[in-house]
Design a protein around this ligand. Structure first.
Ligand code: C5P
Length: 402
């Protein structure tokens, strides 16, 4: 997991050093962001040594921005954990204020957020802070602590930052609910159907949606096998295996071979599989001069339907999800596809809209299941992938509600 640890100015900042060590020891990548006042308590050197990465402190430092700018940092993070979270930073986040590197990173990120509050008991009890805490909880921000007890200022009450071991335990429980232990098979990209050694029939699929799904599922702990048609993308995650194919038949063979040898929990058909392929593939380049007529006919035959094959397989994964890229009556066609191919979910998208269609970086989806429908609003394909995975994870665990 990629974790941004945000450190605010509180005496408990020394405990955060240990928390960073625990994150690293348990296999996570950590990048630390410190507010100005945090540096009054602990030096950035401490966090640099413990995290193994340069510490970010300043929105306006050219060198820091060049190394990893705050937007890249915001995108890199799977989780942002703020410890200690002061009354000031907690309240700024609740109100959507971005006035330093940490609060700006939070605003610019779609990562999950956890706060470990630490403050004087009277501050914690204040109605302003409590209203902000309620707002954050409503937004699904994870609050860990605070503990009660004797405080650095001598007061006794709630406001101590929880111990790092306790924080790791609580976060671990949340992380564990995700995709770890799940095996996922995904198809992505176009298929190319050869006509002769230099020509083919293809389509405009970039593979971005399928790769985003593969990467997000892997980041959340799943083991992912991605069967990909020719695309210009890379997949960089240790939990992933990438199988390259070219034609629909090759994709079909690769998927069937995977189903024979593995028990998948989920299959996602994000590939834009060519519906037809030339009956004959010329061994030599077809010459214009050999054609007397100005017209040329290439005879095509239907390709196998890969996803229907998965849904009908004896080793059918528990959840089979297809995509329906349509240009008209998107939901209507998607619903009929769901039934015809015996799928559990179909992600319908309108590819006639250029900003969310083929090769674009964004998508918007209507996710149709047998009993429920969910709308995933237009956002980056990474974000759409996260939301989609969240919904099917709930389905796998039997906790989906209409
Ligand atoms: O039938 P249509 O191509 O519109 O269905 C789209 C869904 O079916 C996608 O999930 C796509 O990956 C899958 N598909 C397939 N094999 C085909 C055609 C489509 O797996 N030959």
């Amino acid at each position: 997991m990629n974790i941004v640890v945000g450190v605010c100015g509180g005496i408990a900042a020394y405990k955060t050093a240990h928390l960073v060590r625990l994150f690293k020891k348990t296999g996570h990548d950590v990048r630390v962001v410190m507010t100005d006042s945090a540096q009054q308590f602990v030096t950035s050197m401490t966090f640099q040594a413990l995290s193994g990465n340069e510490v970010a402190t300043d929105l306006w430092d050219e060198q820091q921005e060049a190394a990893m700018g705050h937007i890249s940092l915001a995108k890199w993070a799977d989780w942002i954990v703020i410890a200690p979270a002061t009354a000031n930073t907690l309240s700024k986040i609740a109100q959507g204020i971005g006035d330093n590197l940490l609060t700006t990173t939070v605003l610019a990120s779609d990562a999950r957020l956890a706060l470990l509050p630490a403050m004087n008991q009277q501050m914690w009890a204040s109605s302003a802070v409590q209203a902000n805490v309620a707002e954050l909880v409503q937004r699904d921000v994870v609050m860990i602590g605070p503990d009660s007890g004797e405080q650095a200022c001598g007061d006794v009450g709630a406001g101590r930052m929880v111990e790092p071991e306790q924080a790791l335990k609580e976060l671990g429980e949340i992380w564990h609910q995700s995709w770890s232990g799940k095996l996922v098979l995904i198809t992505a990209g176009p298929t190319l159907e050869d006509i002769d050694p230099v020509r083919f029939i293809g389509n405009r699929s970039s593979g971005k949606m399928g790769y985003a799904l593969a990467e997000q599922a892997a980041r959340q702990g799943a083991e992912v096998i991605l069967v990909s048609g020719p695309v210009a993308l890379k997949l960089n995650h240790p939990n992933t295996d990438l199988i390259h194919v070219r034609s629909a038949q090759q994709m079909m063979d690769a998927v069937q071979a995977q189903l024979e040898s593995n028990e998948f929990d989920v299959f996602i058909g994000a590939a834009a599989v060519a519906d037809y392929t030339p009956i004959q593939v010329s061994e030599q380049k077809i010459k214009k001069s050999e054609h007397v007529s100005d017209e040329m006919v290439i005879q095509l035959k239907k390709n196998p339907d890969i996803i229907a094959g998965v849904a009908a397989h004896v080793n059918r994964p528990q959840c089979v999800l297809g995509f329906a890229a349509e240009t008209q009556d998107v939901v209507g066609y998607a619903q009929s596809k769901l039934a015809r191919k015996n799928l559990d979910w179909i992600a319908a998208n309108d590819v006639s809209q250029s900003e969310i269609g083929f090769d674009s970086n964004e998508n918007a989806i209507t996710l149709i299941g047998k009993d429920s429908t969910h709308t995933i609003k237009q956002a980056s394909k990474t974000h759409v992938a996260k939301e989609l995975l969240e919904i099917i994870l709930k389905d796998l665990e039997g906790s989906i509600h209409e």
